[in-house]
Write a new protein. Structure first.
Length: 139
């Protein structure tokens, strides 16, 4: 069972990285959700899949007498789910704000690039090349 979960975690990581590198912000958020689920599944698989009894010490004893389940992976997963939900909500608010500011969610769109300052509005490379070719050299 652990082998199947390891393959599933790898598949989820690969799909998440693919989505996050696509350049469309909605796909980035879906990739973020997938990578969070992959990490939760990885922690779950690392905590053993075998059914064992709860870690309760019987009355009159000082330690456990048999192997017991580890509650730490479940606590970590629960914490990660809560933090992941908050991060996804924050990303969705940022996504909405980005769309309302730029009018697009494509990171390669001109409106998005102009808003982020990566492209100067009205800049045309062909005009600059023509001006450079006509410029005089020397005094």
């Amino acid at each position: 069972m652990e082998t199947v979960l390891a393959g599933l975690v790898g598949l989820l990581f690969a799909a998440a990285i693919y989505l996050m590198l696509s350049g469309v912000l909605v796909r980035f958020v879906f990739g973020f959700v997938l990578i969070g689920n992959a990490i939760n599944l990885l922690i779950f698989a690392a905590g053993r899949m075998a059914h064992t009894r709860p870690p309760l010490i019987p009355d009159g004893q000082a330690a456990l007498t048999a192997p017991a389940a580890n509650a730490l992976p479940q606590a970590l997963i629960l914490t990660a789910i809560v933090i992941g939900f908050a991060m996804i909500t924050f990303l969705l608010v940022l996504l909405y704000r980005t769309y309302s500011q730029t009018g697009t969610l494509d990171a390669d769109d001109d409106a998005f690039l102009e808003e982020t300052g990566r492209v100067v509005p009205g800049y045309d490379e062909a005009c600059v090349a023509d001006v450079d070719a006509d410029a005089e050299v020397g005094p």
